[in-house]
Write a protein that binds this ligand. Sequence first.
Ligand code: TYM
Length: 334
Amino acid sequence: MKDFSANINKTILTGIQPSGVITLGNYIGAIKQMVKMQDEFKSYLFIADMHAITVGQDPLQLHENIRSLVALYLACGIDPNKNIIFIQSENEYHANISWLLECNTPFGVLSRMTQFKDKSSKNVNFYAGLFTYPVLMAADILAYDVDYVPVGIDQKQHVELARNIAEHFNKKYGKTFKIPDVYITKEGTKIMDLVDPTKKMSKSSKNPKGIIHLLDDPKEIRKKIMGATTDSECEIKFDLEKKPGISNLINICVALTGKDIKDIEQEFQGKNYGEFKKFVADLVLEEMEGIQKRYNDLIHSHVLDEILDENIKITREIAKKKFMLMKEKMGLYR
Ligand code: TYM
């Protein structure tokens, strides 16, 4: 069993979809934050595989991605003794809770979710799950009485929805859920695509040159960073509007070094873009090489299964309690 010392009384939770090898954006936006917070919080980290199937997935590939993501969590520094790592679909109470929440979430509110509007506009034949996805995310969070949800800014609206759903439910049926807060670090806010720095770096992006996957070949990673889109000036200065490419590279540096934007700007005053890109590439490679080595050692290890087997029992018990409480509040009993 986990040993959470008595002074750790705040809980954090986050999840990542296994819809491909995760990106530098996921690493900076979510995993790195969890690594930083794992000593101070009771922490849940899961594989959001039921979210991944809201868009089409190849079953065999999905199966492989799930295990791979567990290994990557550990390789990135997530300590299995300090985090409850689990697979969402192995805990059926997430879906059960989600249904009860769906029956308490207005259709109009879900229609206004920006990610839904964006994704559904790209494919008119989308599935109903894409629409109800934010409610499943609320269930993931609310099942565990979470205090903070560390995510990248693209998920902020969904966490706010979880808050609203919880508030509404508490008001209607009496106190049932803790109200969660979103937690976004300034440097992790949003890592952008290297080719089109006005777009989020995303696992599902069509152009592989714009994305750094955590398991990319080191040579490829260097090539992608050296080829990142910048601008026609030659000043290393943070300006999201006028210099989105350089600002994105500065953001990556800030996230990986812990330095301020101003420090980076000063360090590279008078230097050219090539020198700066080389510095960013070295930085990213140093971080990725360690992760890849640890990943290769872990991927076939039975340790992964032991961790998952132990943790699913813990999470099922907690989520079941919440589900039973909700049923009682809603009159779903004999
Ligand atoms: P997903 O899988 O799209 O992304 C996982 C996490 O990575 C962050 N992220 C980024 N951060 C910075 N820059 C980027 N370019 C970037 N791309 C992704 C995301 O903000 C996220 O934190 N619905 C969620 C998974 C989920 C979840 C949850 C998260 C399901 N249930 C409950 C928190 C709590 C998702 O699709 O994340």
